[in-house]
Ligand binder design. Sequence first.
Ligand SMILES: *Cc1c(COP(=O)(O)O)cnc(C)c1O
Length: 235
Amino acid sequence: MSDLETRLAAVEQRIANACNAAGRPRDQVRMLAVSKTRPAELIRALAASGLTAFGENHVDEALAKQPALVDLPLEWHFIGPLQSNKSRSVAGHFDWIHSVDRIKLVRRLADQRPADLNPLNVLIQVNIDAEPQKAGCTPGGIDALAAAVAERDRLRLRGLMAIPDGTASAEATRASFARMRELFNALKRDHPGCDTLSMGMSADLEIAIAEGSTLVRVGTALFGPRDPVAGANAR
Ligand SMILES: *Cc1c(COP(=O)(O)O)cnc(C)c1O
């Protein structure tokens, strides 16, 4: 097995074990391969192993890689903070966005989503630990954003995303994921079509799955450490 296949098998095993420990069926949790800073050839290699969903956090980097992969039936997720002036590229070249956190972005993405594509799948990002430097709305801001997304035909509201404070203890991280689960359950009462809670990364996917994640976003555990130089772009 290649290193990539070995790491993929290890991550699959971690997800399966976490589902098992939580008493959840394995098919309730999808894996998003976070391919930021990785070349198109590595994405192709993972696709050959059966992964279909890939996440990128910089628009220009993603648009540079996508043309080399158009022959593959990939699902592209935009997971980074999005400046309004780049919304058209996301609307035109992605299937999902995880980082909608303001009404202006909702309006632009809806207006810019090309008519020949399926509606853009939208997750609302919540800044669950109220970190000043982090993107995301407040918990109190979810309802208005969800309503704005739901009323647009070119957008499809799917759920919530969060990135808890990476420096916090495992207990604090678990508490943040648990609050996300409550917010997601509340959202589903108003928007029953919502089916996606995007939380958990390489370091904390077990905790996220225990607290109800349906989509874990995995970068380093799959691809290995990110190059710190190429990765100035990366974090
Ligand atoms: C980079 C990134 C990830 C993946 O992080 P790893 O620790 O490499 O698994 C997940 N989500 C977002 C939003 C990211 O930017």
